[in-house]
Design a protein around this ligand. Structure first.
Ligand SMILES: [Zn+2]
Length: 412
């Protein structure tokens, strides 16, 4: 041990100060006193510890002579991994989850087992680390998002509907063995919500919802800055909430689930049918030219005023909004960020979601509610996975552990 008594209280204090700097920095010493409510001397002693351990640095401010404290973003690196149904993206990030370099390749998750995909992940990580000249000891951890329910504590997918062979596969343990650093696995939607919290549109929101509209539909709930996973890790699975009056059969065995009404796969199937039958002249023409009947084509159709495309975009927005209205009444978020590939259906889509939410939620719950489309784009999954690992390795407890190791001379 170093010169600091290893008491729980000290550990909690330094961890708390670091979290304030991470969430709100750059900050002056007196800002930290104000945010923490701690004595000036306590703040000063702990800030010194963080600075000498290399986790926090001083930064000159352009508008004043005073220097402010922020996370030493270059003190180490983390890896963010985004495993999707048709893509695999890996990014090398700094300690503020800024993506320094990344690679993205196509995969077919339903056909490739965990061994094959994780082998690719390892190769991509090795490539990035080598290229950047990052040393093993400076790789603080790896975060991974997968399109499946996840047992977070054990780092494995549980009963994934679209990932044959991945059920209870030890994903985190496999990578941990290979890279000798902490590895964390979570559901892709939770991961993307964390990305919005740290680098997206929910940076000042204490409690918010992230909704991913991909082939399916899911939500990530952030409560007081932290992901709410629920009793079994299934929180936010909103794709199977029923739409009143709809009787379309869903793969889950129920009728009229949000996913079969407004999920990307459902929209794609309806667009393809309208194209092949000529019901939508716009889509039929695109179809002849070989375009995919995806979000982009539908958005173009709606923008061009094609009645079928416009109706489909607005109907799906209304269905999403109707379910979100129930969640708004129940959860009262301050922000809803809508992301995923099928969130890119144009302004009419977001407007339809807003309209349904405002119509069906209570006035108090919607008083200052903001509903926006994610701006993180394809990078959202990688950024979020980096934030996931940063949250864990730089948690209250771990920060004090890092300081102890520094005092013992285990780290530079
Ligand atoms: Zn269902």
């Amino acid at each position: 041990m170093g010169s600091w008594p290893d008491t729980m209280k000290d550990a909690a204090t330094v961890g708390r100060i670091f979290k304030i700097i991470r969430d709100r920095g750059p900050l002056s010493g007196s800002d930290i006193v104000r945010w923490s409510g701690l004595a000036k001397s306590t703040v000063s002693v702990n800030v010194d510890r963080l600075v000498s351990a290399g986790l926090v640095r001083e930064e000159a401010q352009p508008d004043s002579k005073r220097r402010k404290l922020k996370v030493a973003e270059n003190a180490g690196h983390v890896i963010g991994v985004d495993i999707g149904q048709t893509h695999l993206a890996v990014g090398l990030c700094d300690l503020e989850a800024l993506v320094l370099d990344s690679v993205r390749i196509p995969i077919e998750l339903v056909k490739q087992g965990p061994e094959q995909v994780l082998e690719r992940v390892c190769a991509l990580i090795d490539g990035l680390v080598l290229k950047a000249g990052v040393e093993r000891k400076d790789l603080f951890g790896i975060g991974i998002g997968v399109p499946a329910p996840v047992d977070f504590a054990r780092g494995m997918p549980v009963s994934p509907p679209v990932m044959p062979g991945w059920d209870h596969f030890p994903v985190a343990a496999t990578l941990q063995e290979r890279f000798a650093c902490p590895v964390f696995l979570d559901n892709d939607v939770n991961v993307m919500a964390l990305g919005e919290r740290d680098r997206g549109l929910a940076q000042n929101a204490d409690s918010f919802l992230f909704v991913k509209v991909g082939r399916g539909i899911g939500a990530g709930l952030v409560v007081h800055g932290e992901i709410y996973r629920g009793a079994k890790g299934a929180a936010g699975d909103i794709g199977h909430i029923g739409i009143d009056g709809d009787s379309t059969p869903c793969r889950c065995g129920n009728l009229g689930c949000l996913e079969v009404v407004a999920g990307g796969a459902a929209l794609q199937a309806q667009a393809a049918e309208a194209a092949s039958t000529g019901r939508s002249p716009f889509l039929a023409e695109r179809w002849r030219q070989g375009d995919e009947m995806g979000a982009e084509t539908l958005a173009l159709g709606a923008a061009a005023g094609d009645p079928f495309a416009l109706a489909l975009v607005m109907e799906s927005g209304k269905a999403v909004g109707t379910v979100l209205a129930k969640l708004v009444n129940f959860f009262n978020p301050s922000v809803i960020v809508v992301g995923g590939r099928f969130a890119h259906l144009g302004e009419r889509y977001i407007a339809s979601i807003r309209e349904a939410v405002y119509r069906r939620s209570t006035p108090l719950a919607t008083a200052d509610l903001v509903i926006k489309r994610s701006q993180l784009g394809d990078e959202g999954g990688v950024v979020g996975a980096a934030v996931l690992v940063l949250d864990e390795i730089l948690s209250h407890r771990n920060v004090s552990k890092i300081l102890e190791e520094t005092n013992d001379g285990h780290q530079p």
